[in-house]
Design a protein around this ligand. Structure first.
Ligand SMILES: C[N+](C)(C)CCCC[C@H](N)C(=O)O
Ligand SMILES: O=C(O)CCC(=O)C(=O)O
Length: 369
């Protein structure tokens, strides 16, 4: 049930451990736990309105706190609590924090995606245009910015006009050629199949920005909607999706100076059980399968192979040629990327942006409310 903002209160009823608020904008009822209301009092004694942090801690309050009296008018609910504290709550605040954040719904795609938003460098001063790019990254997982100079500086300027760059051991802005600066296929001229990055980090980058600044032959880019592939697996066998959601696999990066590993599931879901992230990288997956018992590894491999077949389904692949001057922005929690092998010189610039910083910008521009 999604409540609209600026609804009106029709009734308020007190129950043993919660308040029920009936509004004129929706058929159902808001059920508000008394302790939740009391510990979220926004008066200056309970809450620091400068730092947006609570003053009180939950053990400061009696377990059985409940209203001695309760009234409402003009979109506000006033409560005198049994601990003799007075609180005032706005209905808009209650509605905002009584339901999940509202994001644009994802739209699954296969093959060439003409609906992805493209903006130009000149659009970066427009909140509306930047919001369009961000919306495309939530709805489709892909967006483009063109009009760049074919340089790292120009790429950095475009990205940092919207988001801070996420630093990893690869650096802040990276420049990728066929020299093994790091021990990864990306730093060769070989084919790379569809994958998401950073499965060996706890916090996989939310965005990956690629700008092919120079190329000679080959090196086309591949994009695949990971959420579409998961949907296809669900249609084959829901138990495979459940397995990929529950089994945690180890990924790793190893070179002479570092060994980075991280255990996590390939599919991760939001608290509302919506697919929130795919962490799929067959290249960086570690041989270590424990603690998964050997007798359960058969189901895991059947599940992963089903996902791999759907990811590698040619009908779902979008092959595109990134030209110097155009940067592709990829939602690395949803869309997989890869590239064809190439000959001669090729220079790829880019960077990561954390999912936290991306979603924060989306909230500031009201793409998420
Ligand atoms: C993007 N950049 C070239 C810096 C990293 C390339 C390494 C990607 C790594 N296999 C991963 O999946 O995280
Ligand atoms: O070279 C490319 O276009 C992409 C390389 C890649 O897959 C990566 O850096 O994760």
């Amino acid at each position: 049930m999604t409540y609209k903002r600026s609804e009106k209160i029709k009734h308020v009823n007190n129950f043993n451990d919660h308040l029920e608020v009936i509004t004129d904008g929706s058929s159902s009822t808001l059920k508000l736990n008394y302790f939740w209301l009391r510990e979220n009092c926004r008066c200056e004694k309970c809450f620091n309105n400068t730092t947006n942090q609570r003053h009180l801690t939950i053990i400061d309050l009696p377990d059985d706190v409940k209203p001695d009296s309760c009234s409402f008018n003009d979109g506000k609910i006033k409560i005198l609590w049994s601990d003799k504290h007075n609180s005032i709550y706005s209905l808009d605040w209650i509605i905002k924090y009584s339901q999940p954040e509202i994001l644009p719904d994802p739209i699954l795609w296969s093959g060439k995606l003409s609906e992805a938003t493209t903006i130009t460098c000149n659009d970066l001063n427009s909140k509306t245009k930047v919001a369009d790019l961000i919306r495309s990254l939530i709805v489709y997982g892909v967006g483009f910015v063109n009009g760049l100079e074919p340089t790292i500086d120009s790429t950095e300027k475009v990205v940092t006009s919207m988001f801070p760059v996420q630093r990893t051991f690869f650096g802040d802005m990276w420049k990728v050629e066929k020299y093994l600066t790091f021990l990864d296929t990306a730093y060769t001229n070989e084919f790379i199949g569809a994958h998401t990055d950073n499965t060996y980090f706890n916090d996989a980058a939310g965005l990956q920005i690629f700008h092919v600044m120079k190329f000679e032959e080959g090196g086309q880019s591949l994009l695949v909607d990971g959420f579409r592939a998961v949907n296809d697996v669900e249609n084959v066998n829901p138990d495979f999706v459940k397995c990929l959601k529950n089994v945690k696999v180890e990924s790793y990066y190893s070179d002479e100076t570092r060994l980075i590993t991280h255990f996590d599931s390939i599919l991760k879901y939001s608290p509302c059980n919506r697919l929130n992230q795919i962490r799929y990288n067959l290249y960086d997956r570690s041989p270590r399968m424990v603690p998964l018992p050997a007798e359960q590894q058969g189901l895991f491999y059947r599940s992963l192979r089903c996902l791999a077949r759907n990811i590698q389904n040619p009908n779902g692949e979008w092959w595109l040629k990134l030209e110097p001057g155009t940067a592709v922005f990829i939602n690395n929690w949803r869309v997989l990327h890869g590239r064809a092998s190439y000959k001669g010189s090729r220079i790829l610039g880019g960077c990561y942006v954390s999912m936290g910083d991306f979603l924060s910008k989306a909230r500031m521009l009201k793409v998420i409310i």
